[in-house]
Ligand binder design. Structure first.
Ligand SMILES: [Zn+2]
Length: 232
């Protein structure tokens, strides 16, 4: 862990908080794309847009993979990025995503609802009004109930090898390596799914349904690093 922190700080030449900002937002991007892969490969029926479902899945997965202290830092960093992006966003009523500000609020709401007994103070500090607390806890309970049978079905057996396969190299993949290992110990995708970091011409990440491939764009990694530096 110490080596990872040192590498992060070295590659960003920034403060630990800025380095963590990059890693935490990369983690949530990876978990969101994993949501698309699970929805596609396990043929999960949806009652919302796929993007909203993948957002919920990402938070639930993060909550299973990370400690409470890590989750506090993850939601802070996701909120910082989400609010920055929302400030520059042009509203599109046809977008499959919720508007950015609402998407961030929803993330805080579900994060809080997954452990309401001890997340109230930070939730309020992040702007969550007390009157939504009860519905956030109920939404998180529904989220858990909805995904529990899917995650149970995808639990790796002893014989399963890692199904999310890193291809190529790069700082982002190196930084995410421990999280990818933990992910593979929790979920065996029905089909082998390569993960690459490559240039796409936009600040984004993708799961390609037609050939079971996950891509984090170089441009996203660069934008996160610029955002982290601007925060110093
Ligand atoms: Zn998506």
């Amino acid at each position: 862990m110490l080596r990872l922190a040192t590498l992060l700080i070295a590659c960003l030449a920034a403060s630990p908080a800025a380095a963590e900002f990059v890693l935490n937002n990369l983690r949530m991007t990876l978990y969101h794309e994993m949501g698309h892969a699970v929805i596609d490969q396990a043929d999960v029926p949806l009652m919302s847009t796929e993007e909203t479902a993948a957002d919920g899945f990402a938070l639930l997965l993060a909550d299973r993979l990370h400690s409470d202290a890590e989750m506090d830092r993850i939601i802070r960093d996701v909120t910082l990025l989400g609010r920055d992006e929302a400030a520059a966003e042009i509203f599109d009523p046809w977008a499959e995503y919720m508007p950015g500000a609402q998407r961030t609020a929803r993330a805080i709401c579900l994060w809080y609802g997954l452990a309401p007994a001890h997340r109230g103070d930070l939730a309020r500090a992040l702007g969550m009004p007390p009157f939504v607390a009860r519905t956030c806890a109920a939404s998180a309970r529904s989220l858990r109930r909805a995904w529990a049978p899917v995650l149970e079905r995808l639990k790796p057996s002893e014989a399963d090898s890692a199904t999310l396969r890193v291809r190529g190299a790069g700082k982002a993949l190196h930084l995410l390596a421990p999280d990818i290992d933990r992910l593979n110990r929790m979920i065996a995708l029905p089909r082998r799914t390569p993960l690459t970091v490559e240039a796409c011409g936009e600040d984004n990440a993708f799961y390609y349904h037609y050939d079971d491939r996950m891509v984090i764009c170089d441009e996203m990694v660069d934008a996160l690093m610029r955002g982290a530096r601007a925060r110093r």
